[in-house]
Write a protein that binds this ligand. Sequence first.
Ligand SMILES: Cc1cc2nc3c(=O)[nH]c(=O)nc-3n(C[C@H](O)[C@H](O)[C@H](O)COP(=O)(O)OP(=O)(O)OC[C@H]3O[C@@H](n4cnc5c(N)ncnc54)[C@H](O)[C@@H]3O)c2cc1C
Length: 275
Amino acid sequence: MAKAGIHEEGILPLTDRVEPKLFLIARSGIDHQEVQRFLDSENLNWNRTETATQSESLVELAGRLCYLSFGARQSPKTNYEYIKHLIGQGHESVLEHVSWTFILTGVSRAFTHQLVRHRVGFSYSQLSQQYHDESEAALVRPSIIEKNPDLIEIWHKSVEQSQEAYQEILTRLGSRFEQSRVESKREYLREIRSAARSVMPEGTETKIAFTANARAIRHFLDIRGAIIGDEEMRLVGALLLEMVRKDAPALFEDFRVDELPDGSPIVRHLTSSST
Ligand SMILES: Cc1cc2nc3c(=O)[nH]c(=O)nc-3n(C[C@H](O)[C@H](O)[C@H](O)COP(=O)(O)OP(=O)(O)OC[C@H]3O[C@@H](n4cnc5c(N)ncnc54)[C@H](O)[C@@H]3O)c2cc1C
């Protein structure tokens, strides 16, 4: 995927790419002092798996609370085995206690339009095209365009035309505030940016922050991770899986990233349990 813009030499070099970038900026933690205070207050003992991550321990704790399976009632299962059993049984609501917050950049508005359709267990904050001037916005160029040189010029001409139109609309309307029916300059700016963005391509790069819980991410990977014709979704799915799996391997041990013949990733769910 490439960055488009109006450049002297015309078509941009293929190396100038806009790729999805995912930043894991916050994660769930467990307060062991408070957990101990709870256990003491109930006269319980929890035999923890020392190697489990905070996210994994949190899920186990929530699961054990449902059955008060601590102390003498605790089976000899490790954290990994316990979580695998929970997921196998479909007792996945306990996975909702663990969440991560990400910032995602280098993706198209077309992609985020699909992403935000995931309503349950996801929260979003996205770069506004009404408050932010998009004159310098990058464009996400699908790799299938790059692989077909005859299409690159067509693609560039089209997005450059859109960018020029965007800027022209903003410039012309920008000088017509006095004639407008809107009294506030701030609202006028919102109105003219809204008008200008109507000519922007769906490939316009955007940035989005999102928080998602482990159950919702499993569902997302399940239905979005392996759609062959949706490369952007597969790229993001693979980045997402790699990050959450580092933090909570037991919660995602039944997913893996494979490589397609063209080198792009695909996320496979090895069993069919989800949601
Ligand atoms: C291959 C593919 C093609 C698609 N094509 C289109 C398309 O052409 N047009 C289009 O508009 N969308 C399309 N979508 C988007 C799709 O319909 C979903 O909106 C999107 O994938 C989010 O999935 P979800 O509803 O399962 O997720 P979430 O909104 O996160 O919901 C998670 C789960 O919660 C439950 N749930 C959520 N809301 C309700 C509810 N109101 N009632 C009952 N249960 C609920 C369901 O079990 C759901 O699976 C497509 C998705 C895929 C994967």
